[in-house]
Design a binder for this molecule. Structure first.
Ligand code: NDP
Length: 325
């Protein structure tokens, strides 16, 4: 197997020299409940930057089963496996992998690429669905702000908010991304590299914000907290603007939350693995009805995995970042 390893802990922006590619020999024979898999698609996600796992570089993959000694995991099928940045692996399907994930067969569904099981039908999509629909209590007419809105999580949150009849304000880092969000039916979009969040909110949310879905932190968060409506809800999903910094620079925001009697909550998808089958069904149905539109940036080649990961922090990915082997 070819395996990408992290040479040392990340400091600041991840760099190519933080990674090394090594060869690893796998066992020659399989034991009961084991399968031999070969990666077909990988995902890279921002959390890799902040999670300090002993295994170094976590990542889920869609893999082909090359050989099997496990019931219900036939040779030739596709399977979701959370085994890191590796081309091949032997896994026991009865045991949990990284972050508690278990091997899951990827069903073939006409019109849906298996890579979507890493994005809209996978961890980011399930996060968006559960954290927004099941935690933020969105109501028609409410004003929703979502940051990193063209990304894997943000684009799903925005589309769900649109279909709830909310007024959606999305921010993203390029004109192309903003144009796509408009085409999805976001009422207002702004390029945060050209317009400060505070300015954008004056224009698009003069009466304040009901729901803030926070993927980014930093000055986005400060601006929205200054404009909370009474009984607002704030869902803290991620803080990507701070991941490469030594410390998060958001000034004490609690007074503003208190005054608005806003409800703030965190959400961590890895605590909700049991909900995946239920939510996946809902998302597949929404994608098939064209109510949710997936978008992916596919990087070709296992050797380019570090670059695809580093691109998350410069915004070079548009929609879900996927690597095709
Ligand atoms: P994305 O697909 O959105 O990729 C990251 C995007 O973030 C980039 O494309 C870039 O887009 C934007 N970005 C990067 N740096 C900055 C910055 N300094 N300021 C503003 N935007 C920036 O990633 P995901 O959708 O997978 O993740 C989005 C967020 O959700 C992350 O914070 C992630 O950690 C979090 N998350 C949390 C989960 C949970 O359980 N709580 C689960 C999954 C994700 P642009 O061009 O617009 O700048």
């Amino acid at each position: 197997a070819k395996v990408w390893q992290r040479v040392k802990a990340f400091e600041g922006n991840p760099k190519q020299s933080d990674f090394k590619l090594v060869d690893e020999k796998l066992a020659d024979t399989l034991k009961e409940n084991e399968i031999l898999i070969e990666a077909v698609y990988f995902t890279v996600d921002p959390y890799i930057r902040v999670l300090d796992l002993p295994t170094g570089l976590p990542a889920e993959q869609v893999a082909r089963i090359l050989d099997s000694k496990a019931k219900d995991f036939p040779k030739g099928s596709l399977v979701l496996a959370h085994v890191g940045w590796r081309s091949h692996a032997i896994i026991n399907v009865t045991e949990p992998m990284n972050l508690g994930f278990k091997a899951t067969i990827v069903p073939e569904i006409a019109g849906l690429s298996p890579s979507l099981w890493l994005g809209i039908i996978g961890m980011p999509g399930v996060t968006a669905y559960m954290a927004f629909l099941e935690r933020c209590d969105p109501k028609p007419g409410e004003v929703v702000v979502v940051s990193a809105a063209s990304g894997a999580v943000g684009s799903v949150v925005g589309q769900l908010a649109r279909d709830k009849g909310c007024t959606v304000i999305g921010s993203a880092g390029s004109k192309d991304k903003c144009d796509w969000l408009k085409s999805l039916g976001f009422q207002h979009v702004f390029n945060y590299k050209e317009t400060a969040p505070e300015e954008a909110l004056k224009q698009y949310a003069p009466d304040g914000v009901d729901i803030y879905y926070d993927n980014v932190g930093g000055d986005h968060t400060e601006a929205v907290l200054n404009n909370l409506r009474v009984k607002a809800r704030v869902l803290i999903c991620g803080q990507i603007s701070a991941y490469n910094q030594a410390r998060d620079m958001v000034p004490n925001p609690y007074r503003k939350i208190l005054r608005a009697e806003a409800k703030v909550q965190g959400f961590l998808i890895f605590k909700h693995l049991a909900d995946f089958p239920r939510v996946r069904k809902e998302i597949i149905s929404l994608v098939q009805q064209k109510k949710l539109q997936p978008r992916e940036t596919i990087t070709q080649g296992f050797k380019n995995m570090p670059q695809a990961f580093m691109d998350l922090f410069t915004g070079a990915n548009f929609g879900k970042a996927i690597i095709k082997v």
